[in-house]
Design a binder for this molecule. Structure first.
Ligand code: DMJ
Length: 475
């Protein structure tokens, strides 16, 4: 039982990773049985889901799982996944895709699979896919639009984004993958495209040093002054510090931008609740919305991994801030021990969802992601304990007969399932749990950065001696 496993955890360091491996196998086997080749599994109705995010591309759960299967040593399953990529991953689709989602899941997943295994197949596929994304950048500013037809190359903005704008977290979450596309293809164009985005962002005026979530790809101006470390903004900040780390700490521009942005966030968004919880509020033209999304909980880990490269007098402060945010996010995980989509700190609320519509949990990784980073950085056993709480809760509330499902209300223990096993559950949630309970030398942070879908990408060494060492390193 899970309880038995927890008591063993202190004495047997192999049991917990093994448990994660079994969860992954269960999620994978059911996807394979009922939804093979589709994007996600619908575990209650036992069928596949295609959706409209990937422009006709299929197999999102397969691409998102390749590296998790490989790292866990599930080699039969990894080989099935690889064979599907070889025989069935069709990149000549003609649908409307989210540039961001295709990049983080497909480009990220294929890049990691290549770097972990050295299989040329993944390299060829990812370079072919990368080329199909380039037309999205054909705008007056070079800021890509959010949606692209992978066949025709036509691109446009999301209908829901105000005044045809592009989204910060979308055009700001390309850098890691595109730099690696240049590495693999020897074509500078990918790096040029993302450097151009950075140039524009450096140039334009930022209200109070903050980065609003909506920008016009035509004029290059902000469209609205809504700032968030959660949805719409989140991984833009993540990619600044990770660009610096992935460049072997040579990308000084990314470093400066990250610490300046973090300073502005601290000055304007970071708040302490009456009950003493530190949180990141949202900012609307100077007015604070005292709400934090589950998505914003990745920021504990982000601030943690960036702590060491901050100004010497700030390092401990950043580590403390990272721990406080992670603690707040853990506080939101109650009473099912799973957390809501968004929680508030007003009208007496302390990290609780006050609206019915915010009470769902869709197997998201961000809180567990921060536990994993904080464990690696501090080795405080509470992070493993919190991770184990989440494992038990996933088993109790989200495991159904044919896979794992999100739930509609984290405040009731008689759960209602949403019938969706998200691909990021296999890519991120289970991988971060596995790493949380594994030794630090499995995908060490000195050698790898994780893209925002938890696909590990190697740090690009700047001198050839180090380069050789990295190339020799296989799992
Ligand atoms: C994932 O696709 C990525 O983590 C992304 O950055 C945010 N949303 C999901 C997981 O919640």
């Amino acid at each position: 039982t899970t309880e038995h496993t927890f008591s063993l955890m202190q004495s047997d360091r192999f049991v917990c990773p093994l448990f994660m491996l079994q969860m992954m196998k269960f999620a994978w086997d059911n996807y394979k049985r009922y939804a093979w080749g589709k994007n996600e599994l619908r575990p209650l109705t036992r069928n596949g889901h295609i959706g409209n995010m990937f422009g006709g591309l299929r197999g999102a759960s397969i691409i998102d799982s390749l590296d998790t299967l490989y790292v866990m040593g599930l080699m039969d399953e990894y080989n099935e996944a690889k064979e599907w990529v070889q025989t069935s991953l069709d990149l000549n689709s003609n649908g409307e895709a989210s540039l961001f989602e295709v990049n983080i899941r497909y480009v990220g997943g294929l890049l990691s699979a290549y770097y972990l295994t050295g299989e040329e197949l993944f390299k060829n596929k990812v370079v072919e896919l990368g080329e199909k994304l380039l037309p999205a950048f054909n705008t007056p500013t070079g800021i890509p639009r959010g949606v692209i037809n992978l066949g025709s190359g036509t691109s446009w903005s999301w209908g829901w984004a105000s005044a045809g704008s592009s989204i910060l977290a979308e055009f700001g979450t390309l850098h890691l993958e595109f730099v690696h596309l240049t590495q693999l293809s020897n074509n500078p164009i990918y790096t040029e495209k993302v450097m151009n985005i950075r140039k524009l962002l450096n140039k334009i005026e930022k209200p109070h040093g903050l980065y609003p979530n909506f920008l016009s790809p035509v004029s290059g101006n902000w469209v609205q002054h809504h700032v968030s470390i959660g949805g719409l903004g989140d991984s833009f900040y993540e990619y600044l510090i990770k660009s610096y780390l992935m460049s072997d700490k040579t990308d000084e521009d990314a470093k400066t931008t990250y610490y300046n942005a973090l300073e502005a966030i601290e000055a304007n968004l970071v708040q302490k609740s009456p009950g003493g919880l530190t949180y990141m509020a949202e900012w609307r033209g100077g007015i604070l919305d005292h709400k934090m999304g589950h998505l914003a909980c990745f920021s504990g880990g982000m601030i943690g991994i960036g702590a060491d490269d901050g100004a010497p007098e700030k390092r401990q402060h950043y580590l403390d801030l990272a721990a406080e945010i992670t603690h707040t996010c853990h506080e939101s995980y109650t009473p099912t021990k799973l957390g809501p989509e968004a929680f508030r700190f007003d009208s007496g609320a302390e990290a609780t969802a006050t609206r019915l519509s915010d009470r769902y949990y869709i197997l998201r990784p961000e809180v567990i992601e921060s536990y994993m980073y904080m464990w690696r950085l501090t080795h405080d056993p509470k992070y493993r304990e919190w991770g184990w709480e989440a494992v038990e809760a996933l088993e109790q509330h989200c495991r159904v007969d044919s896979g794992f499902s999100g739930i509609r209300d984290v405040y009731t223990t008689t759960v209602s399932h949403d019938n969706m096993q998200q691909s990021f559950f296999l890519s991120e949630t289970l991988k971060y749990l596995y790493l949380l309970f594994s030794d630090d030398d499995l995908l060490p942070l000195e050698d790898w950065v994780f893209n925002t879908e938890a696909h590990p990408l190697p740090i690009i060494r700047t001198n050839c001696l180090q380069n050789e060492a990295t190339q020799d390193k296989t799992l």
